[in-house]
Ligand binder design. Structure first.
Ligand code: HEM
Length: 238
């Protein structure tokens, strides 16, 4: 049965590895890493909303994050591992589904899925490209090297002026437009992803599924509104 065949012969002798490479194992890895990433985007939004409380609030938040030191690196490496596993196991599942699908129907029957479900791989790839740009923009300062020199005084200490960096970054309408478009695709991805991960983790059933789908959409588009409020307010009032 395709669903239980280990992907590598090396896994055959190890029950735990065999489980990881079974259909259920792969889906669970995608769901658990997805949950970790959902946790991150929720926390990151709450942190970013300090923007609306002014420069000191946002810079204090950024400074506290930096002050975590080695712990911040543990979180960063954990996130990177989650992203890597999420992508690799999605690709393994896709390969497995391709192998299990009978070749070329004479008439292609339209599938009863939503646009959110059908575009998961595409939106996932675009979100990945967005995150790469975002890191180059606000973390590595490659897009605008002047960001590196933005400093401000906070309680007598010189700190990086993250607030000014965000304002200057989003005053560019092309950058803001690109972010808003990418954030909409993040919401597209989460609209289906969040409902699916609950299903995979066995937290829902066929009857509850429509309710979870609805809640997942509300959640995804709430994130979109929260994140987009920052570039939109800078474009109009900044
Ligand atoms: C309007 C939307 C967003 C704003 C204003 C924003 C703002 C920021 C800022 C200012 C930083 C650098 C923090 C610092 O220098 O201390 C950052 C880092 C980061 N952001 Fe965002 N962000 C947004 C959306 C997103 C989204 C949607 C994702 C993920 C899908 C994301 C993922 C990340 C990651 C992975 C980092 C690196 C964290 C680290 O270095 O530890 N951001 N963001």
């Amino acid at each position: 049965m395709a669903g239980h065949a280990p992907s590598s012969s090396a896994a055959a002798g190890f029950p735990v590895l065999r489980w990881f490479f079974s259909s259920l194992g792969k889906k669970t890895v995608v769901a658990v890493t997805g949950l970790v990433l959902v946790g991150f985007v929720t926390g990151h939004l709450l942190g970013n909303l300090t923007f609306f409380f002014g420069p000191d609030a946002m810079n204090t938040y950024a400074m506290k994050l930096q002050a975590l030191g080695p712990l911040l690196w543990v979180v960063r490496i954990g996130l990177l591992v989650a992203v890597g596993l999420h992508i690799v196991f999605t690709m393994l599942l896709w390969k497995e589904n391709q192998a299990a699908t009978p070749q070329k129907y004479a008439v292609k029957a339209p599938m009863k899925t939503t646009i959110f479900a059908r575009t998961m791989r595409l939106t996932g790839l675009i979100v990945l490209a967005f995150v790469a740009f975002h890191l180059a923009h606000f973390t590595l300062w490659l897009v605008n090297p002047a960001f590196a020199g933005y400093q401000t005084l906070l309680n007598g200490h010189e700190v990086h002026d993250v607030y000014r960096m965000v304002v200057v970054g989003f005053q560019n309408p092309f950058v803001s437009g690109f972010y808003i478009l990418s954030l909409a695709l993040v919401a597209f991805h989460l609209s289906h992803g969040v409902a699916s991960l609950f299903q995979t983790l066995g937290l829902t059933n066929q009857t509850l599924r429509p309710k979870f789908e609805f809640l997942a959409r509300i959640f995804a588009w709430t994130l979109f509104v929260g994140y987009s409020a920052i570039p939109v307010s800078i474009l109009f009032y900044g």
